[in-house]
Design a protein around this ligand. Structure first.
Ligand code: 5GP
Ligand code: ZN
Length: 114
C-alpha cells in the first residue's frame, strides 16, 4: 500500500535490519528499541490492524507466532521470558497501520503498561 512504512520495509524501499523473511512474513528490529531485544513481526500483505484479521488468516497467524517463538529462542529468551504486544487502534497506541506484533525481551518488563 502506498505511503505505508511497513509495506516499504517489505519491498525494501525503506531500509531495515531484517532478521527473518519468508513468503508470508517479515521480522525486523524496531527502530526505537524499548528493550535489548525488540523485534517487529509483520505479514507481507497490508492488513491495517488485528481488527481486520479474519478466521481465514489462521495460517498467517500461525506463521507469525511460530516466527516469534523461533526468534525468542534464537535470542536466548525462551528460558528468561519475554512479551508479545499488539497495539490496536488509537487508544491501543497503534502508530503504524499495518498490523504488527512486538517481541520484547532481554530485561525485566513491568506490568501493566501505561
Ligand atoms: P505501534 O505503536 O504501532 O504498535 O508500533 C510501531 C513501531 O514501529 C514503533 O515501536 C516504532 O518504533 C516502529 N517503527 C516506526 N517506523 C519504523 C521504521 O521506519 N523502521 C523500523 N524498523 N521501525 C519503525
Ligand atoms: Zn502496509
Amino acid at each position: 500500500m502506498a505511503d505505508c512504512i511497513f509495506c516499504g520495509i517489505v519491498d525494501g524501499t525503506i531500509p531495515s535490519e531484517k532478521l527473518y523473511e519468508d513468503e508470508m512474513v517479515v521480522a525486523f528490529r524496531d527502530i526505537h528499541a524499548q528493550a535489548p531485544v525488540h523485534v517487529l513481526v509483520i505479514p507481507k500483505e497490508h492488513i491495517p490492524s488485528i481488527q481486520e484479521v479474519e478466521e481465514e488468516s489462521g495460517e498467517l497467524l500461525a506463521r507469525i507466532f511460530s516466527t516469534i517463538n523461533r526468534l525468542a529462542k534464537e535470542h536466548g529468551l525462551a528460558d528468561r521470558g519475554y512479551r508479545i504486544v499488539n497495539n490496536c487502534g488509537e487508544e491501543g497506541g497503534q502508530t503504524v497501520h499495518h498490523v504488527h506484533f512486538h517481541l520484547l525481551g532481554g530485561r525485566s518488563l513491568t506490568w501493566p503498561p501505561g
